[in-house]
Design a binder for this molecule. Structure first.
Ligand SMILES: [Zn+2]
Length: 353
C-alpha cells in the first residue's frame, strides 16, 4: 500500500481510534522519551484544492500554536537539538521532550513561526538547504503542484521518451504529482537539472526560480534568527538532491560544503543535519555512515517514529513526527502515545531504516 493511502486511512480512522482511548494502552510501551517534530511551512490556508502530498508540508499559524499548546498541556519539555543529543547521550530525562524542527528554510519560518515560538520561549531548529538563501534552487515541487492543479493533462519529452499524464480528477492529479516527483528525483543530476525541469515546466512558466525568490529565507534573515539563543541552524545539503542517487564525491560535496558555507555565513558551528526527502529510498546506510564520520551530533530523517533511549546508538538517523494540516488533536494524541508509529511500522519501535 502506498504511503498516500496509508496516511489517508490513518487520518480517517484517527477520531475513532482516539475515541476508543486505545492509545492509553500503547503509551507505556510505545510513547518513548520524546518526539522530534518535523515542519516545513507555517502559512495561512488558501482555500484552494491542494495536492495532498504537497499540502503535507504546511500548517496554519493557529494550528501551529495549538500544536505547541497540546504538548505544553501534556507536560512535555521543549528542547533544542543540542538537548536531544545530551538527553540521548546521558540517557537521562525527567519528563518527555519535544523538539521543533523545520526543513529547507522557508521565509514563513522567520515571519510567522518565529514570533509564535518567541512568544512561548520555545527552542527550534531550522535545517537550511543552501540553495534557498543562495537563490540557486528551482523549487520544482511547488511548480509541480501548480502544474498538476492547472492542467487536465501533462505531456513532455525527456531523453527521447514521451511522458503523458492525465490530470482530470483530484486522484489523477495526486497520482501525476507522485509519478512526476519520482521521475524528477530519479533523473535529476546537477549537469542536466535545468534541461530536465525546462522539459517539464518550460511551457508552463518562464521563471523557474519564482518560488525560491518569493518563499525562501535569505542569509540576512537567517543571521537575524541566529542571534536568538532559541534558534539552531542545521544543514540540509547544498542543492536538496535525493542523496542515494548521488556518486560518492557528489554526496560528500552536498553535505560538507553545505555545512562549511552555512558556518561561514552565520559565524558558528553547524552540528545538526536533516536528509533531504529522507525516505529509505532517498537516504540510507551509506548516507548515515558519512554523517556519523563527519562528526554531526544528530541527523534526522523523515521516517515516522518516537524517540527511545536506544536511539543513542542511532543519532545519525533519528525519526520524526510530521506535523501538518492533518495533525489534529486526536492525531497528535495517537502519535505521542506511540500508537500510530507502532501501527505504521507494524510494531517496530526503534525506527532507523
Ligand atoms: Zn527538505
Amino acid at each position: 500500500m502506498g504511503n498516500y493511502y496509508k496516511k489517508k486511512i490513518i487520518s480517517a480512522a484517527a477520531p475513532v481510534l482516539s475515541g476508543l482511548q486505545l492509545h492509553r494502552l500503547f503509551a507505556p510501551f510505545y510513547a518513548g522519551i520524546g518526539q522530534i517534530l518535523m515542519l516545513h511551512r507555517v502559512v495561512a490556508e488558501e482555500g484552494q484544492v491542494r495536492i495532498h502530498n504537497h499540502q503535507s508540508l504546511e500548517i496554519s499559524p493557529e494550528q501551529f500554536e495549538s500544536t505547541l499548546n497540546f504538548y505544553r498541556n501534556k507536560g512535555y519539555r521543549f528542547v533544542s537539538m543540542d538537548q536531544v543529543y545530551e538527553i540521548l547521550k546521558s540517557g537521562k530525562t525527567s519528563r518527555p521532550f519535544v523538539a521543533i524542527t523545520f526543513d529547507d528554510g522557508y521565509r514563513d519560518n522567520y515571519t510567522t513561526a518565529y514570533p509564535i515560538l518567541k512568544k512561548h520561549r520555545i527552542p527550534f531548529t531550522i535545517y537550511i538547504t543552501n540553495c534557498i538563501p543562495d537563490r540557486s534552487i528551482i523549487l520544482w515541487w511547488y511548480l509541480l503542484e501548480d502544474l498538476v492543479r492547472a492542467q487536465s493533462s501533462i505531456s513532455f519529452q525527456w531523453k527521447k521518451n514521451h511522458y503523458s499524464f492525465s490530470c482530470h480528477s483530484p486522484i489523477e492529479k495526486e497520482q501525476a504529482f507522485e509519478k512526476i516527483r519520482t521521475l524528477i528525483n530519479q533523473e535529476l543530476t546537477k549537469d542536466h537539472e535545468r534541461d530536465l525541469l525546462k522539459a517539464i515546466f518550460g511551457h508552463f512558466t518562464d521563471d523557474l526560480y519564482y518560488y525560491s525568490k518569493t518563499i525562501g529565507m535569505n542569509w540576512e534573515e537567517i543571521n537575524t534568527l541566529c542571534r536568538d539563543p532559541l534558534a539552531t541552524i542545521g544543514a540540509h545539503t547544498v542543492n536538496h538532491r535525493s542523496l542515494r542517487q548521488l556518486e560518492a564525491d557528489e554526496l560528500a560535496y552536498e553535505i560538507m560544503v553545505s555545512r562549511e558555507q552555512i558556518e561561514k555565513q552565520i559565524g558558528r558551528t553547524v552540528e545538526h543535519f536533516a536528509y533531504p526527502f529522507g525516505k529509505a529510498s532517498e537516504a540510507s546506510l551509506r548516507e548515515f555512515q558519512l554523517i556519523k564520520s563527519l562528526g554531526f551530533k544528530t541527523a534526522v530523517t523523515t521516517r515516522m517514529g518516537n524517540i527511545f533511549p536506544a536511539h543513542h546508538r542511532h543519532l545519525e538517523c533519528l525519526p520524526r513526527i510530521n506535523i501538518n494540516k492533518a495533525s489534529r488533536t486526536e492525531v497528535l494524541q495517537l502519535q505521542s502515545s506511540g500508537m500510530l508509529p507502532c501501527l505504521y511500522h507494524l510494531g517496530k519501535k526503534i525506527v532507523t531504516d
